[in-house]
Design a protein around this ligand. Structure first.
Ligand SMILES: *Cc1c(COP(=O)(O)O)cnc(C)c1O
Length: 216
């Protein structure tokens, strides 16, 4: 099924939109099948889980961190990941930069936005994104390549569409400030990626639609 699911999604996806397979809780066998079916990038949420899978899968695929990163895991994270999509504070950015300096690596990163300014949710508040972006571009071992957002879970399609539009507006604004430095707007999951693409996403993160319902 995994192969068929991926082929179907890839066939329907506009050419400019990158597909990230969200692989949390999926085993290496499932992920290797996804890679054979054409997946070029996987998104993992937890550093430890990614580390275990990386030992088997390695660099056959690009690894994106799509879950929140705790500063004490940054050292391990910079070894595995090709992109960290969830940078939401200058504190975290500096920690990642420092670890990258040690291993002489330039890390592509995205700023995660808490687009609906929900309390207790990770992500930089919309009004702080520009300031954070300007701070991050001063860090020599980070390369800011995009913005990422989750959108709310408990809202209807119209509200979600509005959130994605806001994120796209912010993307355009930041990109004009940074002279077109950003390349990716990562938003949309299994239930929302079509909406997200309509609103301007060019990277979507899909798990359930590829692998089926998660067991846990
Ligand atoms: C799990 C996850 C996804 C994919 O969700 P599905 O509903 O399974 O497609 C996308 N983004 C993030 C950050 C996730 O944690």
């Amino acid at each position: 099924m995994i192969t068929e699911n991926i082929q179907k999604i890839l066939n329907e996806l506009p050419k400019n939109v990158a597909l990230v397979a969200a692989t949390k809780s999926r085993n290496t066998e499932e992920i290797l099948e996804a890679i054979s079916a054409g997946i070029k990038t996987i998104g993992e949420n937890y550093v430890q889980e990614a580390e275990m899978k990386f030992a088997t899968i390695g660099n056959k695929v690009k690894w994106h961190l799509i879950g929140h990163l705790q500063t004490n895991k940054a050292k391990k994270a910079v070894k595995i990941f090709d992109c960290i999509e969830t940078v939401d504070s200058f504190e975290l950015a500096k920690t990642i930069d420092k670890e990258c300096v040690k291993i002489n690596k330039i890390m592509p990163i995205m700023i995660e936005i808490n687009i609906a300014s929900e309390p207790q949710k990770n992500g930089c508040l919309p009004q702080n994104v520009e300031a954070l972006a300007k701070q991050i571009i001063e860090l020599k071992n980070l390369e800011l390549i995009g913005l990422m957002t989750m959108g709310s879970i408990d809202v209807d399609d119209n509200q979600l569409r509005e959130q994605f539009h806001q994120a796209h507006g912010l993307y355009d604004k930041i990109n004009s400030v940074l002279n077109g430095k950003l390349q990716y707007l990562s938003m949309g999951m299994s239930s929302s990626y079509k909406l997200a693409i309509e609103a301007g996403a060019n990277m979507v993160r899909v798990g359930t639609l590829i692998f089926g319902e998660r067991k846990k």
